[in-house]
Design a protein around this ligand. Structure first.
Ligand code: SF4
Length: 443
């Protein structure tokens, strides 16, 4: 998938069920899949849910595979759960390390604390952790993580027998395999639809541990697969021969990011129960854009599929391109993948978005928006505000003031609070972004 707007030339909006009308579809039971978003901290949890996520997954401080994603402590988690439940939404907590004996001692009290916080589910992969979760918090539903690499119905069956309510399938499966597992096993199925991919079966990789001592299976991956590699002849120590596929080098292990936007209808029709977006370490802008796009795609297909159009897809793809840092791939969804790697160092096309600030409030008396700065910005730039759940407005920024009301030429300081005049009110948790019209190669 080399195009920044993948598959659009061949995509058929009615390819799934060509003869069915919207009315007929409403009579047929179709699972409304849960849109499950990443939340690396409380701010991203709010963003994910306000922009359309049905649920978020978070890491606890001890047992999550994203040890660096500013994981939630128990106080944050309590706040996050209250916020989600106030919206009728859910919070799942990742406890998905491959545990060694030394990790097990503290696990039961931690699980019991999660039970007291009323979290909606645990994401697990290690059978030992599953055993302890069944024993100490049997009331909390279990999701088997993609780290368990479930690639067939028999594996799904065994995890179901162990007590799993839901299974996140391995990313390495094709659409027909996903549909087949769903049809054969009476268990909820979750599928990754967007985000970074491993060059190994998810998380089952020793590269990072070998090179840096940081184990991917304990949440410490250093992304060693994305380092630059060279060739060295054994009798010429210190002499490195570049491996060059093009002028930018080689990226033999450098996976593109997954994007299954084009397959949302087919995945819904296959009965998939939950769609997962990767990226707990990404910015709130990434969270907002992905939540908004996939929310709209899912809802449109379910509510008025006959109006699901190529124009919709173009608009959604442009949004997703705006947050891309490397080219997208559809992975294994069509069978064996041949375009997984970013070997050609593809240029990223189309406008790119930069996260400039988070709206904290609106002063009705002064007709001004209060923004917390996240990147240097100022008047005259191409700025937009994303307003939950889905509006995007141009912002004509001509004047800017510091928190005491003094004029500023730019918002330069990290997390600086500034005022932007605006006759139109904007709600908190809206996102200020800059549109950059041209850019170079993927990083
Ligand atoms: S080093 Fe790369 S392949 Fe290995 S776990 Fe990390 S991201 Fe995955």
């Amino acid at each position: 998938m080399n195009s920044p707007l993948p598959s659009l030339s061949t995509w058929q909006p009615n390819a799934v069920t060509p003869t069915e009308s919207d009315a007929a579809v409403q009579l047929r039971p179709v699972v409304r899949p849960e849109l499950l978003m990443p939340a690396g901290d409380l701010e991203k949890l709010h963003t994910a849910l306000l922009f359309g996520g049905d649920a978020v997954y978070v890491g606890g401080q001890e047992y999550s595979l994203r040890a660096y994603a500013r994981n939630f402590d128990l106080a944050d988690l309590a706040q996050g759960v209250n916020f989600a439940h106030s919206m009728g939404k859910k919070v799942y907590v990742a406890v998905n390390i491959l545990a060694h004996n030394r990790h097990l001692q503290e696990l039961p009290p931690y699980l019991e604390k999660l039970g007291e916080l009323d979290v909606d589910g645990l994401i697990v992969s290690d059978p030992g952790v599953i055993k302890l979760a069944r024993q100490y918090v049997p009331h909390i539903p279990l999701t088997v993580s993609t780290q368990a690499n479930v690639t067939n119905y028999a594996s799904a069956e065994i995890f179901k027998e162990m007590g799993a309510r839901r299974i996140v399938l391995a990313r390495e499966l094709a659409l027909d395999e996903i549909a087949d597992i769903k049809a054969q096993v009476g268990v909820e199925i979750e599928v990754f639809i967007h985000g970074a991919m491993c060059a190994a079966y998810s998380g089952r990789c020793l590269l990072s541990y070998y090179m840096t001592g940081r184990s991917a299976n304990l949440g410490l991956c250093a992304h060693s697969c994305r380092y630059r590699y060279a060739l060295q002849e054994e009798k010429r120590p210190g002499q490195y021969f570049p491996i060059e596929e093009d002028e930018h080098g080689t990226y033999i292990l450098n996976s593109r990011d997954l994007c299954l936007l084009d397959y949302i209808p087919q995945l819904i029709e296959a009965g998939v129960d939950a769609f997962k977006v990767e990226g707990r370490m990404k910015s709130p802008l990434y969270t907002a854009v992905t939540a908004r796009v996939y929310r709209q795609a899912i809802d449109k297909w379910l509510s008025e599929r006959s109006a699901y159009s190529l124009e919709d897809l173009h608009a959604w793809h442009l949004e997703l391109q705006g947050i891309a840092t490397r080219p997208y791939t559809t992975g294994f969804i069509d069978g064996p993948a041949d375009e997984l790697q970013d070997t050609a160092k593809m240029p990223l096309k189309g406008p790119h978005f930069e996260f400039c600030g988070m709206v904290k409030g609106y002063d009705h008396q002064g007709s001004r928006i209060e923004v917390e700065q996240r990147a240097n910005f100022g008047p005259g730039e191409d700025l937009e505000i994303m307003i939950p759940p889905g509006d995007i407005r141009k912002l004509a920024l001509t004047r800017l003031y510091d928190h005491e009301g003094n004029p500023l030429d730019r918002a330069r300081h990290a997390r600086q609070r500034v005022w932007i005049p605006s006759a139109e009110p904007v709600i908190p948790n809206s996102i200020l972004r800059r549109v950059v019209r041209s850019r170079g190669h993927a990083e």
